[in-house]
Design a protein around this ligand. Structure first.
Ligand code: KG4
Ligand code: ZN
Length: 359
């Protein structure tokens, strides 16, 4: 089963060819980071225009990388297209104007090739990214697992018995963890994207407890909780406000102080995430913790999650660094596991900017 995957939910134009849900034959990512850098965040109009310009070339490159024996150039041969069994694409969540580019490209390709289209949920795909490592266990033999997806747009805990079955058990009530990193880096003058910058600077800090930031606990009775358990949810908006006041009242005098503030801020986010994982794992039936999304690249988070899973006696599954952020291999991979919207329904799919895991 050879699946061509397409991903354009935010600011990465990506395509990949994956065999049997696990074996990555190619994965091409065109990152728009330099385009958005001057604005300190993703500008939707710039993102969608860039997707339109790049996605065709990115798909071609993914096909060449998957099928061509020699390096570089050359047309995509008709016999390569014939070997593709399905075209998978992210239809949500994400920016509507970005999603529509990938979804339209995928529909067009599927029609032209006479191959089935598979609509994939981006958050569920982030969880599948942990299974793309050759050393990872078999997805069907790993569950039940606790999933944590932490990115610029999402922070949620997911209960999953097996690929295709997902239920959100906790989430952020406001900002995503990556967003909290990005906003802090902006306030600290560390540039965009903020997560990698804070991660780097925090490592230079002499201590992690220079500032006592709020712990990310939601206020009891917050209506956004719905029927979720408060102890498995987080709220990061207070953290950003606390940083703003701190910088206003005590502007850092040198780089060493900036590093200490960054380290304390990072610690607050990482502790909030690690604590929810520990709570969800305690006395549970989970056999593994699977972590995906750009923020899972954070070194301090990785360190803490190693400790949490060792304490709980469960396996920690993390994606390879190249599959932590947005990529299309996770999209093609999940489709290759038989997950996703298929058939007539897939061709009628519209973008779903607010789609949730398990929906
Ligand atoms: O998964 P991703 O590439 O795109 C989204 O779906 O959002 O995640 C991007 C997010 C950004 O907010 C970025 O600041 C954050 O991941 N990030 C990090 C690190 N590397 C990327 N956050 C903390 N530490 C890092 N090392
Ligand atoms: Zn993502």
């Amino acid at each position: 089963m050879l699946v061509l995957g397409i991903e354009t939910s935010c600011d990465e134009s990506a395509a990949a060819v994956v065999e049997d849900g696990r074996r990555v034959r190619s994965s091409v990512i065109f990152s728009q980071v330099p385009l958005h850098q001057p604005y300190g965040g993703v500008v939707p109009e710039i993102a969608s225009r860039s997707h339109v310009e790049k996605i065709g070339g990115v798909i071609g490159e993914a096909m060449r990388e998957a099928f061509a024996s020699g390096a570089g150039g050359g047309p995509v041969l008709p016999e390569w297209w014939r070997q593709i069994d399905a075209v998978a694409v992210t239809y949500g969540p994400g920016l509507a104007s970005s999603l529509i580019v990938g979804l339209s490209a995928a529909k067009g390709l599927a029609l032209r090739l006479g191959k089935p289209l598979v609509g994939i949920n981006h958050i569920e795909a982030h969880l599948h990214s942990v299974f793309l490592a050759p050393s990872a266990p078999e997805p069907l033999e790993t569950g039940p697992l606790l999933g944590l997806v932490v990115s610029g747009g999402h922070t949620c805990w997911i209960d999953s018995d097996r690929p295709g079955r997902y239920r959100i058990i906790g989430q952020t009530l406001d900002d995503a963890a990556g967003e909290a990193f990005d906003k802090a880096a902006k306030l600290l003058g560390l540039g965009y994207p903020g997560g990698p910058a804070i991660d780097r600077v925090a490592r230079q800090a002499a201590r992690r407890d220079a500032v006592a930031f709020p712990k990310g606990s939601p206020r009891p009775g917050n209506p956004a909780l719905g029927d979720m358990r408060a102890e498995l949810c987080v709220s990061f908006s207070g953290l950003k406000t606390a940083l703003m006041y701190r910088l206003r009242e005590h502007p850092p005098r040198d780089e060493a102080e900036v590093a200490e503030i960054a380290a304390a801020y990072q610690e607050a986010i990482v502790e909030a995430l690690a604590e929810r994982c520990a709570r969800a794992l305690r006395g549970s039936r989970y056999r593994a913790l699977a972590v995906g999304g750009g923020v899972s690249l954070n070194r301090r988070l990785r360190e803490r999650l190693h400790e949490v899973t060792a304490d709980a006696g469960v396996t920690l599954l993390m994606a390879e660094p190249r599959f932590c952020g947005d990529n299309a291999a996770m999209i093609a991979g999940l489709a290759g596991m038989g997950v996703g919207v298929t058939g007539e329904e897939a061709m009628r799919l519209d973008v779903a900017p607010a789609l949730e895991a398990g929906e």
